[in-house]
Ligand binder design. Structure first.
Ligand code: GLU
Length: 339
């Protein structure tokens, strides 16, 4: 097979590297299975290496047994990988080294302001004109993190990083320097400004652990990841991660492919509220992997009943993947269980 998923000829080589990066904080469900399968298929068609990286740094939310269960289900669906599983928490040195470098460069600072203090500062009167002028509102929508305004950061200075029990934040560039432009291979050209949406974000947590944004950048770089394929809920994160690449002077930056998510009939991201769409549950109920892949394939615009992972990768055409969220409907589940 000489065509990559976009139909352009590519030579089969191992120059590209991607990763499957499950978080063991929840069970694998149909939505994230679709993203993993598309990632795997793009990589196998293009001849990239695949690294399986378990992102277990979100300590309190990691569920016992979730790593093993997720790996077993990926294999059950027919996916494989060339390296790993690499468990993120097992090798903290690259994360600490990245922090040292950011601190020496004056890009990060320790910060112990509480969420309430940040929200109070973000909604202080001098921020209001920005919202009125049509910028991103400073006050968070419920459950969203408040934008951390640059006024709250200390003056820039080179620091020694220490793993004290404190958050460290990244001083996000503001103005034109803070606009991150990249061409997403799936979502198209982007110009995102983390300074206006999230502000100075946490890169190291007071639990003495790297935050997701930092760990991803340090690990993608050391694992040689050239292509990041994932759900478009992480599109905003890509801009933060590219700012970290630049502050750390890491090159080359990866190419991004952000795919629309699967949502429930209410338009919200597939989750427990939509019923039990865990792969494990379907497997226990006797649903075969070919049937699951058949449904995931239809959600990628492939007209099919059942197929295995290899057939899926042969038939995947990025041009037919819907550019907007895919809705899982009750009849999808009925079809799965019928087979
Ligand atoms: N571990 C993340 C997740 O499961 C994915 C992170 C990434 O792809 O950068 O949502």
């Amino acid at each position: 097979m000489n065509d990559d998923a976009r139909g352009k000829p590519v030579s089969r080589n191992t120059a590209g590297v991607t990763r499957l990066a499950p978080s063991p904080t929840g069970a694998l469900h149909l939505g994230n299975a679709r993203t993993f399968l598309v990632t795997w298929a793009i990589a196998r068609r293009a001849g990239w290496r695949i690294v399986l990286r378990v992102e277990d740094l979100d300590g309190p939310r990691v569920k016992p047994g979730a790593i093993e269960s997720c790996i077993a289900l990926l294999e059950w669906l027919g996916m494989d990988w060339d390296e790993g599983p690499i468990v993120q928490s097992h090798d903290p040195e690259p994360h600490v080294e990245a922090m040292r470098s950011l601190a020496r460069g004056g890009h990060v600072y320790p910060c112990d302001l509480s969420r309430a203090e940040i929200e109070a500062a973000a909604s202080a009167p001098h921020h209001e004109p920005m919202s009125i002028a049509g910028g991103t509102p400073s006050a968070p929508a419920s459950g969203r993190e408040a934008r951390f305004p640059p006024e709250l950061r200390p003056p820039p200075s080179a620091r020694e990083f220490d793993e004290r029990e404190s958050n460290w934040r990244f001083a996000v560039p503001t103005g034109a320097a803070g606009v991150v432009r990249f061409d997403d291979a799936f979502a198209g050209p982007q110009a995102l400004s983390p300074a206006d949406t999230i502000g100075d974000f946490v890169v190291w947590t007071r639990r003495a652990q790297p935050a997701y944004q930092l760990a991803v950048v340090a690990d993608d770089h050391r694992q040689g990841v050239t292509d990041v394929v994932r759900g478009d809920d992480l599109l905003d994160s890509a801009a933060r991660q590219l700012l970290l690449y630049r502050a750390l002077a890491l090159a080359p930056e990866p190419r991004h492919w952000h795919l629309p998510l699967v949502v429930g009939p209410d338009g919200r991201r597939l989750a427990k509220r939509h019923g039990d769409t865990r792969l494990d549950t379907y497997r226990t109920r006797g649903v075969r992997p070919e049937r699951i892949i058949g449904l995931l394939a239809r959600w990628c615009g492939i007209d099919a009943d059942e197929m295995n992972a290899r057939e899926f990768s042969d038939r995947l055409d990025l041009a037919t993947i819907p550019r907007s969220p895919v809705v899982m409907r009750p009849e999808d589940e009925r079809w799965l269980l019928e087979g």
